[in-house]
Design a protein around this ligand. Sequence first.
Ligand SMILES: *Cc1c(COP(=O)(O)O)cnc(C)c1O
Length: 393
Amino acid sequence: MAHHEIPLSKPDITDLEESLVLEVLRSGRLSIGPMQERFESLVAQRCGTTHAIACSSGTAGLHMVLIALGIGPGDEVITTPFSFIASSNAILYVGAKPVFVDICPTSLNANPELIEKAITPHTKAILAVEAFGNPKYFDEYAKIAAKHEIPLIEDSCEALGTIYKGHKAGSFGRAGVFGFYPNKQITTGEGGMVVTNDDHLADACRSLRNQGRAVAGRGSIQTGSAGGSWLHHERLGFNYRMSEINAALGVAQMQRLDELITARNDTANQYVERLLDVPDLILPTIDPECSVMSWFVFVVRLAAGYTREERDRVIAGLRMHDIGAGDYFPCIHLQPIYQRAMGFGEGNFPIAESVSQRTLALPFFAGMTTRDVEMVGQTLELMISRENLSRRG
Ligand SMILES: *Cc1c(COP(=O)(O)O)cnc(C)c1O
């Protein structure tokens, strides 16, 4: 990755993170220990769920949830093509079929009406994603899932801390999954977390992450001793555990979550103020019923009619000025692996495609200065006006 003077994202690490990591290193216990339990209870508390199961990544969390729900070959899972590829890859891992539906052009989340239309006797779950942290429609997704008696899986990897219509992100469906890669609201370096109120699903995930070992009793540290020895395996599991070092980072970051969300909100507000009057630029729309918006990234969009090439030149122009920018998100169904394996092509999901070729992520992290925002605003404005001029010939 190129390093820019104003990067696309930057983790926010303080003395607190350092001291907790050091505490772990000095404790001699580097995996399956008290720090993981602390991290899990902080996340469960925050989401209002009875269980939180730490794991090695958000992707691993999604994989475990799908297995725990018994989803496999022949099953269909309805999901969005406008997301990070992991949300859909998890469906492929278990041999099921991702059934994409197009998105709503304002929230960028899957269109609930299309979800309902896509339900067949083979549909075993809805896997929905809060695009860039936007919680729009999650109450509706939950209603559709309940009506059809299928689980809603919430890929809440981009929405830790968001509250919508009184519900916390992660708690809308049967299970929610968070990811803690360094560009997320909080980071553990690498890591993930499953949250759920379902005891059986929670125990299945605790076993799956730990090589299929028996779970030693709810809430206790897994030693594997419940079902016999450490080398007793009840199901086909994985090593999807989180180390105590990563968990220590998570504990510190969770203790600072409100501070981080506030700082990110402040940056988002500065962007909105700075960019509101920039011609041909569409800003993110957040439903007023979202009482806490936890911003993942700040993604803007060029007006309808702009081409992918023009958008790509704007991104290149920002990078040339030492400003990080990204093409969030290319459509999943147009990724080479999906085109090849599932026969998708251009035109399958026209709204997602039209949005995707015009969106760009701007630098976004806690602690961005007013000067940073001004620099990005000025440069972006300049790049867009250049595209405009060259169009007029
Ligand atoms: C970040 C993210 C994930 C999980 O990513 P990991 O790198 O595996 O932790 C999954 N889905 C979405 C939508 C994400 O943004």
